[in-house]
Design a protein around this ligand. Sequence first.
Ligand code: ADP
Ligand code: MG
Length: 483
Amino acid sequence: MLIEGGAGEWETVIGLEVHAQITAQAKLFSGAATRFGAEPNTQVSPVDAAFPGMLPVINRHCVEQAVKTGLGLDAEINLVSVFDRKNYFYPDLPAGYQISQYSQPIVGRGRVVLDMPDGSTREIGITRLHLEQDAGKSLHDQHPSHTYVDLNRAGVGLMEIVSEPDLRSAEEAGLYLRKLRSILRYLGTCDGNMEEGSLRCDANVSVRRPGHPYGTRCEIKNLNSVRYVMQAIDYEARRQIELIEEGGSVIQQTRLFDVERGITRTMRSKEEAHDYRYFPDPDLLPLVLDAGWVEELRARLPELPDAKKARFISILGLPPEDAGVLVAEKATAMYFEEAAAGRPDAKAAANWVTGDLFAALNRLGISIEQSPVSPAQLGALIDLIADGTISGRLAKDVFNEMVATGADPGAIVEQKGLRQLTDQTRIAATIDTVLAREADKVADYRAGREKLYGFFVGQIMRATQGKANPAIVNEILKKKLAP
Ligand code: ADP
Ligand code: MG
């Protein structure tokens, strides 16, 4: 997507670095717990606090999570990778270095496929994924003149996932982040919870004239929502365009996004950039993976959103838009699959989930996991429509009652007497009553006022409180109206 500057068009170039907290009970190199929201400094082992003489021991589960993520990103898995020390001083980093991976990461090149709004797809390259420790947290708001340090987060395992500079707009960056988050959730390797900081993003942004080489980039640090990532990119691209069009040039620097004002501000420029003095951590051997183990993990990978979408389209016969909406969130896909399982009409289930159910959840402000209507109950409602017990119109009322009370659809139908009327004799009798009462209109109809047909149907439905089966009504009514 091109941006119109004061003097011609510009293209935005974006590469994202995403820090994804690994879903794991224990930290990357210690046995301390990782639970979010615990009392400060209650989940800290001597390793995390960097006591002298403590040695890191790699958490096998975290390695497995990183490999699974690499496989889910269709990436190369490096059977040998190396942990390096990234040296810097900060109060929330007691060791004075972070254990990370630099020149030999555990995962190499991969890709994420974006579903574009026009129905096409676009592939975004993944440069690498490496394992590293998180730092602790400095708390500046606990005391007027002191800063406190909470080391609960120190040593928690992160996957840093770096993209190629393949993204071309804030919208694409948003699609990429949502897709990446969805893949991580399907894999169960990161909960993707941006409010709790499980997923944080640094955005690298530059601008160029279309077809020209890449421009100088700025990196915007620590964005913690998809919306902020998009806002920050938009602002930053316009800032750089204005700067260049006024005769200036972009200086490579690290910037921060000011949420209140919606602008980016300088944090540090390249001259003040850190020299991390990376070197291999002498406490850790190179990480060597067994190729057979990697293949086992590959074989046990769950079905991911792209494959699920393709299956929903080809096997269940869903339109691509429905399939896309249903697979975007793992919880939605699971709900839909359970509601549709073993039922002939997958499209009906898709319509209920994306229509009435989404509307109800929206209205209640809750997630699908908290839905008052279980997938099995929705499936049962669909069955009641399919076998003619209730009409599609009354099903809406039953559904609303299910949302309000959590009751089973069968129970609601019996209790409220909503069972559809299919008895031919009774329907015929009702039609006779209505036609006898409206004898004048019947004469008009037979004389050519065919528009009256709908009126008769309406009267019959009213006489049966909406319960008469429409197909049967039509069949009998047509016969009786025939001259
Ligand atoms: P560093 O090690 O300084 O962070 P990298 O080369 O690893 O630098 O790049 C980090 C991120 O910056 C990657 O996501 C990459 O895609 C992105 N990037 C590199 N060059 C540009 C550019 N000219 N414009 C926008 N993003 C870029
Ligand atoms: Mg970087």
